[in-house]
Design a protein around this ligand. Structure first.
Ligand SMILES: [Zn+2]
Length: 153
């Protein structure tokens, strides 16, 4: 995937961005997209985190409940073409600014995926078990939808 071109105009049908843009505006600039992402993605991460924390109980190998398993430190917004998100062992998250060009369900799916990596830093069976609990068994379907919807970034 190529790097986004700075002077390009972005729009994505049905996306969070489209709903945020004032009616009548057909497209946004790179700077506007970046601003939206800085506003929306930390807010949305907090929402997804709160939902997951309410919904999911995570236990360690000995069956003990892990306290606040999805706790993260901060969200950084990146402009890159290689991934939608990543997280570090310091529990910091990086999210791609282009996530705001996706429908909300897919944006939330990517955020949930990164939050699950704070529990399991791999794509193990246990990781997918949490993702399926979070998405009501729709992890594979959401992954397929994400691949299909991925805008050219
Ligand atoms: Zn992953």
């Amino acid at each position: 995937m190529a790097n986004p071109i700075k002077s390009e105009y972005f729009i994505f049908k049905g996306s969070v961005l489209e709903r945020m843009v004032a009616s009548g505006t057909k497209s946004v600039t790179y700077e506007q997209l970046n601003r939206f992402a800085h506003k929306i993605l930390p807010e949305q991460t907090k929402k997804v985190y709160e939902l997951m924390t309410k919904k999911i109980i995570v236990r360690d190998a000995s069956g003990e409940v892990i306290n606040n398993p999805f706790a993260y430190r901060r969200v950084a917004i990146k402009n890159n073409a290689s991934n939608w998100g990543s997280c570090s062992s310091q529990r910091n998250m990086n999210l791609n600014m282009h996530l705001v060009r996706l429908p909300e369900a897919l944006m939330n799916y990517v955020i949930a995926h990164e939050l699950c990596h704070l529990v399991y830093f791999d794509h193990s069976k246990q990781f997918h078990a949490i993702m399926n609990a979070v998405t009501d068994g729709r992890e594979k379907a959401l992954e397929r939808a994400l691949k299909k919807a991925t805008p050219d970034i």
